[in-house]
Design a protein around this ligand. Structure first.
Ligand code: ADP
Ligand code: MG
Ligand code: MG
Length: 930
């Protein structure tokens, strides 16, 4: 640490060194040095702050340095701190390397005391102004430096206003403010036990220490944790001491904030607000309504001209949209702060294109300055920006976008009401694969359980539908068809709105704005594709998803999950037949019915992709996922048995009645005879017996298929080995679909992918099926289908054996969801529901490894597998198709280890394209985390 220099004058500080001077301080230096009109001042460094925090006192010699810099300030300004005829007042401002809006504090008007106050009154001839400045200073200093709570000041203020009959602060005159300042001084003395410091150097010393301390204040610490600001990003706050200028000295003064371009649209037009005769904080405090900056042109034409010039100089210097503060003191314009403007996604994209066009930035910069994940905002509907309502509950932001609709509590209702043209939101504790038909018809999905990688979240993201998951405040009561959130009870059919971008749930319908893929976005992504090395593919299970993926710019499908096709309502019964088959012949009969259906599915996807590669994964999940649960079957069977008993009882009713009450029997004899007759016919039909038998058969099968740990059980390639006819049917469907496309003159390029492979032998076995069927298809269709054969790498052993795997596999695709589970030995759902949140909160893990690829563990296995695989087969194509494929940090790593492509859900494709370009542009700076 350089302990010799703790302070830099604005003329001397290095504007690029934000770590040392804070963002605000560095830019004040920079602006001063390029000749903008900044009130003179100096910056006390973050190193001084760290020194203070370590010893709990200002570093030795710091106060002396401050004194000499104040003396220099006095020379420059001709003013004197704490006295003279021209008193120097300063602001003491916080600011760290990362902007943390509103987290730390600034004290204005420091240097006021009894003497300088008199001088200020004499100098300005404005008693009201001077007392106003004084009471503001006492309050800010009292609060920030001495810890006196705001409410005490507010109480005094309210009392004075009441006495004066004033509605606004502005209605108070000099006398009232003088009285108030006196009361404030008393108040501080009473609350802090010491008289308000009159010596301006003592004021400075206390203020600088207080700003330093605010770095470790609860607000600031929480903020850094929330936004993951680590010490290598910002460590300590700097303090800028800046000569006060006053925007509240009359009609030729004012203050405002500006954006060099419109932060909402990106339009190349100065944007901002100002107030005449006001101090800086008034604009943000909302006490008076500021005017749009355009009005300044008429009100103060010369200042406006200077402001336009300032805007130009800021942009041409910083090569970035700036967000700046200015103050006009008696006709002179001062710039008090500048920083890079925070904009929404639309504005970021537009300004990237336009600033490149204006020669302000390079294409690389245009690509690098847009945060990839922001793009998702543009691809899904959003809540109207004018909406500011209060939400009912907040869950996890599981799939972005906003949607309104009527609540339905099960997938069947979602389907029927959706098909009838209603907009519905599917609300469930959690969803299962068999709910898929409900997803298709719902506008959005809300679950009370499950994480961001729960079934609901993954499926919704794949479909590009909004989803809020794990919204634990909601208690869902399926039976009563209602959901309770705190005091509110929602019924089926009530309208709610969900925002999957932030997890909020609102009652009623909230207006939304539609997604738009702007021309600027198309341009930016085209630039990204020119730069990127990684290809971006999409996960898609239907021709519609595939078409959409193409629109998003996917250059292939990296994952088709065939089981999604099995789940739709017209196929499930056939799939169940296949599973329940007692013999191979029976099973083959069911498969024969599935073959044309799958073939048509694949053909549709191939056609949509027009010759781009389509990677189809053979059946992966355990079979029981296609059957109802044992508990549900038991319940249904019990109900049916009860029905049988009731019928028996009813049949005995006439005889019983005859015995007990012949009169009554006579009265109803006719009806009873007919009823018993009807019951007989029903019994003879054996309808319920048949149903019971069928359900019992299923139950037996379900029990037989039951596994202790299905995710590690009979699934993936293990199924393909046990039931070769299932995989054979799928392989045939794929190859025949490609052959049919070829015959129709459409190009198709299937890639057959085997899931859950652990041993080379498994892969070889499936490969032999493929070779055999490929020959058959060639013979029967007369077409030699071009295809690739490859494996998922999602089992730890497969990573270890990757070298040998690559002898058979022409491509690898990392299934990082399963590979993450296997590497951590975490079951995803259990982890996310039980202990992962605590792990990430307390820092045992930095991120949820199911969202952000665990580079240190899972990533190293991938790196090894890529190296081994390429050693065997240098041209080996390697992809990643997990949730991580669309995550920018993971994409950087994938680029780094030489992966060929990433595959992610359709709406994430643009995000991944931009991230892939950034990975290439930043490859030299890439550091493997350790
Ligand atoms: P923040 O980080 O909260 O914006 P600032 O340090 O920028 O805090 O100051 C708060 C307000 O006070 C801003 O409106 C700023 O323009 C104003 N301000 C700060 N220093 C001065 C000064 N020397 N003269 C006039 N106004 C100032
Ligand atoms: Mg500011
Ligand atoms: Mg998997």
């Amino acid at each position: 640490m350089n302990s010799s220099k703790f302070i830099y004058a604005f003329e001397d500080g290095d504007g690029r060194n934000k770590m040392l001077l804070g963002g605000k301080g560095a830019n004040l230096c920079e602006m001063t040095q390029i000749g903008l009109n900044v009130p003179p001042g100096f910056v006390v460094t973050t190193e001084a702050c760290l020194g203070y925090l370590e010893k709990n006192q200002l570093p030795a010699g710091l106060m002396n340095d401050i004194r000499s810099h104040v003396t220099a300030l006095e020379k420059k300004t001709g003013k004197v701190l704490g006295g003279g005829s021209n008193p120097l007042l300063v602001s003491v401002r916080s600011g760290s390397a990362m902007s943390m809006p509103g987290m730390m504090d600034t004290i204005l008007n420091l240097g006021l005391n009894a003497t300088s106050l008199e001088a200020l009154i004499r100098q300005t001839g404005d008693e009201r102004f001077a007392y106003d400045a004084y009471r503001r200073f006492i309050q800010l200093f009292g609060k920030i430096a001495l810890g006196v709570a705001d409410e005490h000041f507010d109480e005094r203020m309210a009392a004075v206003k009441r006495k004066a009959g004033a509605r606004l602060d502005l209605d108070l005159d000099a006398g009232h403010l003088k009285e108030l300042a006196g009361e404030f001084l008393e108040l501080v003395k009473r609350q802090s036990g010491k008289a308000f410091p009159q010596d301006p150097y003592e004021q400075l010393e206390i203020a600088v220490g207080a700003v330093f301390r605010s770095w470790m204040g609860k607000r600031a610490v929480d903020y850094r944790r929330q936004f993951r600001i680590t010490p290598d990003m910002a460590n300590g706050t700097a303090v800028s001491v800046c000569t006060m200028v006053f925007g509240n000295l009359g009609a030729d003064s004012g203050t405002g904030v500006g954006f060099t371009r419109n932060p909402g649209t990106g339009e190349n037009l100065m944007y901002g607000e100002y107030l005449v005769n006001a101090q800086g904080e008034d604009v943000v405090a909302g006490i008076r309504t500021p005017k749009p900056i355009a009005e300044l042109e008429a009100e103060m034409p010369e200042i406006y001209r200077q402001l336009v010039e300032l805007r130009g100089r800021l942009e041409s210097h910083y090569h970035e949209v700036q967000d700046f503060e200015f103050t006009i003191e008696k006709g002179t314009l001062y710039c008090l702060q500048t920083r890079n403007g925070k904009m929404n996604a639309r504005a970021m994209v537009r300004t990237s294109i336009e600033m490149f066009g204006e020669g302000l930035i390079s294409k690389e910069r245009a690509l690098l300055r847009v945060e990839p994940s922001m793009l998702e905002q543009l691809l899904v509907p959003q809540l109207s920006p004018d909406f500011h309502g209060k939400s009912l509950a907040q869950g996890l932001p599981a799939s972005p976008g906003a949607a309104s609709g009527r609540i339905v509590f099960d997938a069947d209702t979602a389907e029927s009401r959706g098909l009838a043209g209603e907009r519905v939101i599917l609300v469930r504790e959690e969803t299962k694969p068999e709910d898929i038909h409900g997803f298709f018809q719902a506008q959005g999905i809300l679950t009370s359980r499950g994480g961001k990688t729960s079934h609901a979240a993954v499926v919704a993201r794949g479909m590009g539908k909004p989803c809020v998951s794990g919204c634990e405040q909601i208690v869902i009561n399926d039976k009563a068809r209602n959901a309770v959130i705190g005091q509110t009870t929602l019924h089926e059919g009530d309208v709610i709105t969900i925002d999957g971008g932030n997890g909020h749930v609102y009652a009623g319908e909230v207006p939304t704005v539609e997604a738009k893929f702007s021309g600027e976005m198309v341009t930016l992504l085209a630039w990204a594709d020119e730069v990127a090395q990684l290809k971006v593919m999409a996960n898609a299970d239907t021709p519609e998803d595939a078409t959409r993926a193409r629109q998003f710019g996917a250059v292939g499908i990296g994952l088709v999950r065939t089981e999604r096709m099995f789940n739709s309502t017209d196929r499930l019964p056939i799939v169940q037949e296949m599973i329940l088959a007692e013999s191979q012949e029976e099973r083959q009969a069911a498969l024969d019915r599935l073959l044309p259906i799958q073939r048509a599915d694949f053909k549709g996807i191939f056609k949509a992709m027009k010759g781009l590669p389509v990677t189809v994964r053979l059946l992966d999940p355990p079979m029981h996922e296609f059957l109802p649960s044992a508990a549900q079957l038991e319940l249904e069977i019990a109900h049916l048995h009860q029905l049988n008993d009731s019928i028996k009882a009813l049949k005995e009713l006439p005889d019983t009645l005859k015995l007990l009450n012949p009169k009554l029997y006579q009265q109803y004899a006719d009806g009873l005879t007919r009823l018993v007759g009807g019951l007989h016919t029903f019994e003879e039909s054996h309808l319920e017996d048949d149903v019971i038998r069928r359900k019992e058969a299923i139950l037996k099968k379900v029990r037989a298929l039951q596994e202790v740990n299905p995710m590690l059980g009979h699934r993936g390639v293990r199924l393909g080995i046990s039931y070769p006819e299932i995989y054979s049917m799928q392989i045939r469907a794929i190859l025949e679909a490609a052959a049919l496309c070829a015959r129709e003159g459409a190009e198709a390029y299937p890639e057959i992918m085997v899931p859950q492979v652990a041993t080379v032998e498994e892969l070889k076995r499936i490969h032999s099926y493929v070779q055999r069927i490929h020959k058959v298809v060639e013979l029967t269709h007369g077409i030699n289908v071009r295809f690739k054969f490859g494996t998922m790498i999602e089992v730890v052993r497969a990573c270890v054996r990757a070298g040998r795997m690559a002898e058979t596999a022409e491509f690898f695709s990392f299934g990082t969801n399963d590979l993450t589970q296997a590497t951590f030995s975490f079951s995803r759902e259990d982890a996310e529901n039980k202990f992962l949140p605590a792990y990430t909160e307390t820092g045992i893990l930095q991120d949820n490894p199911f969202e952000v690829l665990d580079i240190k563990g899972v990533g190293q296995l991938m790196k090894m597998a890529v190296a081994k695989g390429r050693k065997t087969r240098p041209e080996l194509k390697v992809g990643i198709c997990g949730e991580h494929g669309g995550n920018p940090v993971s994409i950087h790593f994938c680029h780094h280890i030489g992966i060929t492509y990433v595959s992610c859900s359709g709406p994430r494709v643009p995000v991944a394209r931009l991230a892939a370009a950034q990975a290439k542009l930043l490859e030299r700076e890439y550091l493997d985390p350790d």
